[in-house]
Design a protein around this ligand. Structure first.
Ligand code: NAD
Length: 397
């Protein structure tokens, strides 16, 4: 079949296998261009198939030379239906890792379940015995608590009172104001259940009990704090409450396993499947990306994680912790020159001024790339079987 993007709101229903493979190769090339990194040699990545998790797996493998175990929840393809992008990304990653002589195994299924934790312990034992690093990069809308069997659904809502926000319809390129209703206490608590630190702690417990955590291991979980422009819907809202719970969990893991065992890493806003679904964030993103590009500070997922491993995690590097013990890779996003300029533009940005003050074309192109569309060197007219990854361009010649 000829695979084209089918966009519905903030998701794309199709993914291009050759395009996803090209995207993975592009990210690997970024890391290789920076040269080898001194870092962990056996790494588990939870949420490995896209966005920051995929970038972490790529930096660990192709920067540090690590063997990697990845866990993600993706939909496989059928004869006339493409898989999700992450499914192709995982295959592409494994193919590139094999070509580079790097051990890799990927498990697909619900990381919140006890069963997946047990399967992962087995996979680590078989592949490398133990892991030195565990990256928790999950972004999920629902979680079934394995202890109670109850399914919790996260809500992306303000807290306390309704808020009036400015947002962007990325399809139509329209800026508009909307009122968001506050979460109920139950919705807020459910969001903490899904996106908070409980599952991260359960993972560390399960890995510890399974004997697959190396002495001196480190675990990282990713958070977003952002600018006060997004606080009403993020940091001071349901998602922020959940992310605060990651800070609590990091403290608990450090208490049990040592001062350097767990770090929350605050990352910059980027275009991923998860971030596209949050009101305000795409509008903030298009203004931010334009400003950061103008100031020579723009980064995508791979550049952020590459900088994290090279400048904050490498032996002897200063992690530059904030007063809550977090590593701040959002330092450039939140720097005064960037934020002053974003805040100056914010009241001026309208449907009419979007082209001048923001970079919607770059957002759209980054969004399509997540699904494997718009990558150079990919033949989008090719008739493909969606059930497999086509051969690499070099091996086709
Ligand atoms: P993403 O949507 O690109 O990736 C999410 C990953 O989670 C995928 O691999 C998916 O398969 C996996 N996943 C979801 N549900 C799962 C389940 N039940 N079992 C197993 N795997 C499951 O997300 P992202 O934007 O890269 O977010 C990753 C982390 O980074 C999140 O904690 C997010 O808050 C944080 N973060 C994101 C941004 C941003 O702008 N995107 C900024 C800062 C921090």
């Amino acid at each position: 079949m000829i695979i084209e993007p089918r966009i519905r709101g903030f998701i794309c229903l199709t993914a291009h296998p050759a395009g996803c493979a090209a995207h993975v190769r592009q990210e690997i090339d970024v890391v290789r261009a920076g040269g080898p990194i001194e870092g962990p040699k056996r790494v588990l990545v939870l949420g490995c198939s896209g966005g920051y998790g995929l970038a972490s797996r790529i930096v660990a493998a192709f920067g540090c030379g690590a063997a990697t175990v990845g866990v993600s929840f993706e939909k496989p393809p059928a004869e006339t239906k493409t898989a999700t992008a992450g499914w192709y990304n995982n295959l592409a990653f494994e193919r590139e890792a094999a070509a580079a002589g790097l051990k890799a195994v990927t498990l697909d299924g619900d990381a919140f379940s006890d069963e997946m934790k047990a399967r992962t312990v087995e996979a680590i034992r078989d592949l490398v015995g133990q892991v030195d690093m565990v990256v928790y990069s999950m972004a999920a809308p629902v979680r079934t608590d394995p202890r109670t069997g109850e399914t919790h659904r996260s809500a992306i809502k303000p807290l306390g009172a309704p808020v009036q926000v400015k947002t962007l319809n990325t399809d139509k390129g329209e800026v508009y104001e909307t009122e968001l209703q506050p979460a109920t206490d139950a919705e807020s608590a459910a969001t903490v259940k899904v996106m908070g630190g409980e599952d991260w702690e359960l993972w560390i417990d399960a890995l510890q009990r399974g004997g697959v955590l190396a002495d001196g291991f480190t675990t990282l979980a990713y958070t977003y704090i952002g600018s006060e422009l997004t606080w009403p819907i993020y940091w001071k809202a349901t998602l922020g409450k959940a992310k605060e719970d990651l800070d609590r969990a990091a403290g608990a893991i450090r208490k049990a396993h040592g001062d350097n065992a767990a770090r929350v890493v605050s990352l910059k806003a980027v275009v991923t499947q998860a971030s596209s679904a949050i009101p305000v964030v795409p509008l903030y993103g298009v203004v931010l990306f334009k400003v950061m590009k103008e100031q020579g500070l723009h980064e995508g997922c791979i550049e952020q994680i590459d900088r994290l491993f090279r400048t904050r995690l490498a032996p002897g590097a200063d992690p530059a912790l904030d007063n809550a013990g977090r590593i701040r890779m959002d330092d450039w996003e939140l720097s005064t020159p960037v934020q002053d300029e974003v805040k100056r533009r914010w009241p001026l940005v309208t449907t009419q001024t979007l082209g001048e003050l923001a970079d919607l074309p770059a957002f759209r192109s980054d969004f399509l790339k997540i699904f494997g569309f718009g990558l150079s060197g990919v033949d989008y007219a090719a008739d493909l079987d969606p059930r497999e990854l086509p051969p690499e361009p070099s091996s086709q010649a």
